[in-house]
Ligand binder design. Structure first.
Ligand code: COA
Length: 252
């Protein structure tokens, strides 16, 4: 598939998706969503790629491209939301650890794309928000569902119902941003974190992501059962046996 809305790079163990509609503030259209899904699909089975970084440029993304909303009917709007749903689910289920690297505007669908990543690293110039209410619409990519799970119901409704943009410090205090850096350090800090994650054992990292992502959707009893199964499963892998052996033999 030829990509017109994103740039991609692979430098194992890291792959990158760079949103590439800078002149349109990286606003999201259906084609961009399809391209992101296609790229993730193309790297999913390459276990030498451990981390996927998704970023914009000066701005991460100002959200859905509102120009595509003129004269669309309900079914097209539904299809747009469903395409974004697929992306949110793909991010959660992917074996890659997905980092959103955020600068500038990160609004609406762009904000939700970042919320679906496993972690968010942002520079102090980032401006985040869920401004859909101002257009008379609701979040189109999980904002009503995923945001409250990150910040709690009250703060999510505060953002959703006021549509106000918040600065990076506030987003960090809310727990939306996991790592906050000065603008000039954003790339290097993201790189450092990627390499730190990529050096950890593949199976343990991937299954930890699954345990957290699925576990947070289950009741505590079921989540603990799931965690126990994963814990047991890891003892069938050579890497786990070797690492434990190395630790006990002081080879680490
Ligand atoms: N969809 C389509 N076009 C958008 C857009 C969006 N989500 N966000 C910005 N643009 C366009 C503007 O219409 C403008 O186009 P123009 O140059 O042809 O006039 C251009 O991007 C720059 O935006 P502008 O508003 O002039 O810049 P600004 O620096 O004053 O403000 C934003 C930037 C992002 C704060 C502001 O454009 C904004 O609030 N955008 C809407 C965000 C939104 O509601 N997202 C959710 C959509 S569901």
């Amino acid at each position: 598939m030829e990509y017109c809305n994103i740039l991609t790079r692979i430098e194992k163990p890291v792959a990158r998706i760079i949103l590439n509609r800078e002149e349109k503030l990286n606003t999201i259209n259906v084609e961009m969503v399809e391209e992101i899904l296609d790229f993730i699909g193309s790297i999913e089975d390459d276990n030498d790629i451990r981390v996927l970084i998704i970023s914009g440029g000066k701005n991460f993304s100002a959200g859905a491209d509102v120009t595509t909303f003129t004269n669309i009917d309900s079914m097209k709007a539904l299809a747009f939301h469903k395409a974004l749903n697929s992306l949110a689910l793909k991010f959660r289920e992917s074996k890659k650890i997905i980092l959103a690297m955020i600068s500038g505007y990160c609004l609406g669908g762009g904000f939700e794309l970042a919320l679906s990543a496993d972690m968010r690293i942002a520079s102090r110039d980032a401006i985040l928000g869920q401004p859909e209410i101002n257009l008379g619409i609701n979040a189109g990519a999980g904002g009503n569902v995923i945001l409250p799970r990150i910040v709690g119901r009250g703060k999510a409704l505060l953002m959703i119902l006021t549509g106000e943009k918040i600065d990076a410090d506030r987003a960090y205090n809310y727990g939306i941003i996991d790592v906050l850096t000065e603008s000039e350090n954003l790339s290097s800090e993201t790189e450092k974190l990627s390499m730190k994650i990529a050096q950890k054992p593949f199976n343990a990292s991937y299954l930890a992501k699954m345990a957290v992502n699925y576990g947070s959707e289950l009741n505590i009893k079921s989540a603990l059962e799931y965690e126990a199964t994963i814990f047991g499963l890891l003892f069938s892998t050579m890497e786990t046996k070797e690492r434990i052996g190395n630790f006990l033999n002081k080879k680490h």
